[in-house]
Ligand binder design. Structure first.
Ligand code: NAD
Length: 490
């Protein structure tokens, strides 16, 4: 697959690229330049039917009998193929999403690690065994949950595809993956690579399509046993409703408005650059972006000034330039939405310290923006802006910091910066979030469970726990007695 312009990217069903039956072709353009990138096939309902049928046939065919060692070998082979094709994959992601190529490369490494992690974690899939008493003996079997319908958003297309595919395939499921209609290119390429390294036809199917039609149809499909969704909280609620009819197994990874707490005793040499990274990485289009920076009152003015200074030095521009740190947003429509929130902040009385106006010229660029004098009740502190916009909120003491950190409907991630280790651990217990970092900004690491409290969703990705979400436990109870059991005494 060349990275050249104006090619067609087809659906991937049953081991091959295929034209849509009842879907359509959609032009995709590079968000950073507005230039045409190619045409993408979008799946219609008949295409989803074909993909689900292929996944079912693979599950009931040889894939269902594949031993874990073979699945492990294939996952490692796919990781190797990604490494061999890393230049192409990183460029494709950058052109399709507009994000800085340095970010795309980092995410590619993360995606490779996920496949390797689950290639090893397969070894932990095991039932257990117990005598029950008398002559009864129990053992359990771990079986794949079946066909997984997986839906991912546009902000990390390749990484999210790897988060979804790797545990499902390790567990022995088959998959129908629906990427966002605007950003399916790397997921399609991943499916091709998987086929090239030996994944049997039908195990991985990729059907880009529109959410409310193709996505909803996939979630409701009677041939789908498990739904794994990553996206906004609003859509997550709709997916939950749709999945309830078939009593489908469900995992939801949703939005966030994560706090970054900075105490006056923190090492600012560390806290400031890391806090800048924690919001502006991927132009703030991250579920776990630390978009609310909570700062202890005596430090507030100095912090705002030093943070803004550092944010203003970020290199914004051509995503394909290796030096670029902040690329384009996904689209001009999204940029308008982001800017609308900043305007709302101004109306509500907050102060825009730097940024706050769309960048002129081609592409959907928006500058790193700092909003100070924010009260946690303001819209900019409560709603997910999903752009390079941080809100800085003062707090009085530890109790106040905890109160503000938890005063939001989300609970995905939190970071605490403090020179007092005991305080760090105290806050880790009190903050309602799926992940808490202490003096460290990172969040998504293969092997470490990642997911939400509250309206950030449920279920975990990246960890051993994730495998359980793709497995059923079957209890087998055996009589070892030589005598008949005869419960009615007949
Ligand atoms: P979105 O909810 O609009 O779309 C996400 C996906 O769902 C897309 O593939 C879309 O086509 C599909 N979809 C839309 N409507 C649907 C429906 N009715 N039925 C089935 N599928 C449907 O979200 P978005 O704006 O594309 O993505 C950004 C959101 O994703 C943010 O809220 C972000 O926080 C969240 N996110 C969460 C995580 C996490 O791990 N918690 C990771 C990345 C992004």
């Amino acid at each position: 697959m060349a990275v050249a312009t104006q090619r067609e990217y087809l659906l991937f069903i049953n081991g091959e690229a295929t034209e849509p039956d009842d879907g359509e072709l959609r032009e995709v353009a590079e968000p950073a330049t507005g230039q045409a990138l190619g045409k993408v096939a979008l799946a219609g309902e008949r295409d989803v039917d074909r993909a689900v049928d292929a996944a079912r046939a693979a599950l009931e065919g040889d894939w269902g009998k594949t031993p874990p060692t073979e699945r492990s070998r294939l996952l490692h082979a796919l990781a190797d193929a990604m490494v061999s094709n890393r230049k192409e994959l990183a460029e494709l992601e950058t052109r399709n999403v507009g994000k800085a190529i340095s970010s795309a490369k980092a995410e590619l490494n993360g995606a490779v690690e996920n496949f390797r992690y689950y290639a090893s974690a397969i070894a932990s899939i095991a039932g257990r065994s117990n005598p029950i008493g008398g002559s009864l003996h129990f053992y359990s079997l771990k079986e794949p949950v079946g066909v997984a319908g997986q839906i991912v958003p546009w902000n990390y297309p390749l990484l999210m595809a790897s988060w979804k595919l790797s545990p499902a395939l390790a567990a022995g499921c088959t998959v129908v993956l629906k990427p966002d209609e605007a950003t399916p290119l790397t997921a399609l390429r991943l499916a091709e690579l998987a086929s090239e390294v030996g994944f049997p036809p039908g195990v991985i199917n990729v059907v880009p399509g529109r959410g409310p039609t193709t996505g909803a149809y996939l979630v409701s499909h009677p041939g789908v046993d498990k739904v794994a969704f990553t996206g906004s909280t609003k859509t997550g609620a709709e997916v939950m409703r749709l999945a309830s009819d078939g009593i489908k197994r469900l995992t939801l990874e949703l939005g966030g408005k994560s706090p970054n707490l900075v105490f006056a005793d923190a090492n600012l040499e560390d806290a400031i650059p890391s806090s800048v990274w924690s919001i502006y990485y991927s132009a703030g289009q991250s579920c776990e972006a630390r978009s609310r920076v909570l700062v202890e009152r005596p430090l507030y003015d100095d912090f705002v000034s030093r943070f803004s200074d550092a944010a203003g030095r970020l290199k914004v521009g051509d995503p394909l330039e290796p030096e670029t740190q902040v690329g384009s947003l996904i689209s001009e429509a999204h940029r308008e939405r982001v800017h609308g929130f900043v305007e709302r902040g101004r109306e509500e009385g907050a102060e825009v310290v730097i940024g706050g106006e769309p960048t002129n010229g081609n592409g959907a660029f928006y500058p790193p923006t700092v909003i100070a004098k924010v009260d946690n009740a303001m819209t900019v502190a409560q709603e997910e802006i999903f752009g390079p916009v941080v809100t800085v909120i003062p707090f009085e003491d530890e109790q106040d910091a905890i109160r503000i950190a938890n005063d939001v409907r989300y609970g995905l991630m939190a970071t605490v910066w403090t020179g007092d280790p005991a305080r760090g651990h105290r806050l880790a217990r009190r903050i309602k979030a799926g992940t808490v970092g202490i003096n460290m900004p990172y969040t998504a690491i293969a092997g470490i469970p990642f997911g939400g409290y509250k309206q950030s969703g449920f279920g975990r990705e990246l960890g051993l726990e994730t495998l359980e979400l793709y497995l059923e436990t079957k209890s087998v109870i055996v009589s070892t007695s030589p005598k008949p059991i005869n419960p009615f005494g007949l």
